[in-house]
Design a protein around this ligand. Sequence first.
Ligand SMILES: Cc1cc2nc3c(=O)[nH]c(=O)nc-3n(C[C@H](O)[C@H](O)[C@H](O)COP(=O)(O)OP(=O)(O)OC[C@H]3O[C@@H](n4cnc5c(N)ncnc54)[C@H](O)[C@@H]3O)c2cc1C
Length: 388
Amino acid sequence: MDPFTELIDDEAELVAVVRSWVNRQVKPVVRQLEHANTYPEALIDDMKQMGIFGLAVPPPWGEESVSVPCYARVTEELSRGWMSLAGAMGGHTVVSKLIGEFGTDEQKDRYLPRMATGELRATMALTEPDGGSDLQALRTTARPTRDGYVINGTKMWITNARRSGLVALLCRTDPEAEPRHRGISILLVEKGHGFEVSRDLPKLGYKGVESCELVFEGFEAPGSALLGPLEGQGFAQMMRGLEIGRIQVASRALGVAGAALEDAVRYAQQRQTFGKQIWEHQSIGNYLADMATSLTAARQLVYYAARCYQSGQRADLEAGMAKLFASETAMKIALDCLRIHGGYGYSTEFDVERYFRDAPLMIVGEGTNEIQRNVIARELIRRHRVSG
Ligand SMILES: Cc1cc2nc3c(=O)[nH]c(=O)nc-3n(C[C@H](O)[C@H](O)[C@H](O)COP(=O)(O)OP(=O)(O)OC[C@H]3O[C@@H](n4cnc5c(N)ncnc54)[C@H](O)[C@@H]3O)c2cc1C
């Protein structure tokens, strides 16, 4: 049984296999890959072998599909080794869910079997240079033609864009629609003439995997690229996709926080000052106590959100709370881990500085934490509206 989520049988076994692989294959090489900003080809191949790219592909198209709590635990374990590895499968699994839930039979047959093995990688493109939070203001257009769409626009920060053969593109198919979200659709686009991965964006952390700008100039996509049977559903489809995306990002935060806590607990026993192991100084002991307590609380929220999503009910409030709390917790734990390590916390010869650079992404990505609070408040009122 998995000690955190009480997963049993095959799912607990999968988590244990990933955990052991992270300890043996990832931990020893991560610092070197990170600092060289090297794409982790061999590790991604191992992840394909373990079925990790198929975790969100439903049967009969995939054989490795798991429950959402198990998906959260696998994500957490990957991130405990290197957040970038969890990022390499994050958008892919959201697109798997989108196609599984909203795709036509033809789209499922065309994409899901190859996505399950990782032969075909996928990413999602929402954010634009002028804004990521106000998605209804997006400017990328897909003008309907007789047999498809002509796409123009720019997307920003699209992770795994170079290695992905499939992009779930959020775009405007009807500029006149009111309300605006009714004019937004998702198109499943494959690379071709008029679609360029124009540059890799330099970033603070999240090394090894690419985050890119995409430019569409007169790119032609067939009518069959529309996700599902109807235009104008893309915004609602993506909001559902972001529920699992936010659970994924929250799980990544758990992984980073868990790694930081492990390192802090070890170092606080190895390092001695004033004739004592440093954890015996009350200040340091208190840091450890607070780190462990807040991480345990964050875990409960994330697994709770995962169970809500798994039940099929709307989970935007739960996923938002999980993402908000887990990411803020990871940031605080990474900082306190750095404090505990003293000067070595600032050294690139230790992992601590990486946790401190990786943690902020979970605060910003998949909707900033300011946006999560908006989502939580709005949904709270919707669920508890008083009449009159
Ligand atoms: C490394 C990395 C990888 C990423 N990967 C992807 C990806 O694969 N696909 C993708 O589509 N996007 C991706 N993103 C983009 C990410 O989702 C956006 O950066 C994020 O949603 C915020 O959008 P923005 O950067 O445009 O900020 P803005 O929307 O410009 O926000 C700026 C500030 O204003 C605040 N703000 C804005 N509106 C409100 C409001 N209504 N209420 C309160 N505060 C508000 C924000 O919280 C933020 O603090 C990635 C980003 C990074 C850094």
